[in-house]
Design a protein around this ligand. Structure first.
Ligand code: MD3
Ligand code: FE
Length: 211
């Protein structure tokens, strides 16, 4: 009930498509660099992984996590784990990132997981639903950094009409309500479109209440 609402975001999104709310350029360049520095600390303590899908395909996106739980995928399936596969705890979610959740999520819960997705120029993410969490009434917040990405927004069932939008560095998305269970994916990266990362590429942070 009340743990889902309250704390409503004060600012209106700049674009809304089927419940997918987008705040374009919400993070200033200074904030983007602060978050990037905090991600470098996370990656030092919890190295990026090359996840394998349960069907045995290597994913092109490299991943790690921060928070109480991290998302992992290997031949035994997709799940959240309390430890990095190397055996250590996941580093804490940085304050710079928690602040975005607090201001835009509309949830009174704290996120359990900050998934860090790193896209090299040829990386992509196929259409999927996020269903490894317990409570789909809790929103998801996504932060884009670095090169722009073509994000595809589908429907709550596979197939059907899709819309595509470019996600740029500093953009924040909220997936709540009807949008929480839509199919979505990243079709491609526009390599070299942002100066934020020295060697190019894109980072996406996804904040979720897991359990
Ligand atoms: C819609 N990541 O990690 S972010 C993922 O850019 C994921 O790395 C993409 O999809 C990325 O699962 C897309 C936008 C996003 C994130 C979570 C969602 C869209 C979502 C959850 C539910 C519905
Ligand atoms: Fe997803």
């Amino acid at each position: 009930m009340s743990q889902h609402k309250s704390n409503l975001p004060q600012e209106a999104p700049t674009l809304s498509i089927r419940g997918v709310d987008l705040w374009e350029s919400w993070l200033s360049p200074v904030k983007q660099r602060q978050i990037l520095e905090d991600i470098r600390t996370i990656v030092t303590k919890a190295p990026l992984l090359e996840p394998v899908t349960p069907s045995g395909k290597k994913m092109s996106v490299r991943m790690t996590s921060a928070g109480r739980l991290g998302w992992v995928s290997d031949s035994s399936g997709y799940r959240y784990e309390a430890n990095h596969p190397y055996g250590t705890n996941w580093p804490p979610i940085p304050q710079s990132v928690l602040e975005v959740w607090e201001l835009l999520s509309g949830s009174v819960r704290s996120p359990d997981c900050c998934l860090v997705n790193f896209y090299q120029p040829d990386a992509r993410m196929g259409m999927h639903q996020d269903r490894d969490e317990v409570d789909f009434k809790q929103p998801v917040i996504s932060i884009s950094l670095g090169d722009e990405a073509l994000f595809r927004i589908g429907q709550k069932t596979r197939g059907g009409k899709t819309d595509s939008i470019w996600l740029r560095s500093g953009d924040v998305l909220r997936l709540g309500g009807e949008a929480r269970l839509i199919y979505h994916g990243i079709d491609r990266i526009n390599s070299g479109s942002s100066p934020l990362l020295k060697n190019g590429g894109r980072i996406n942070l996804t904040l979720r209440v897991v359990s």
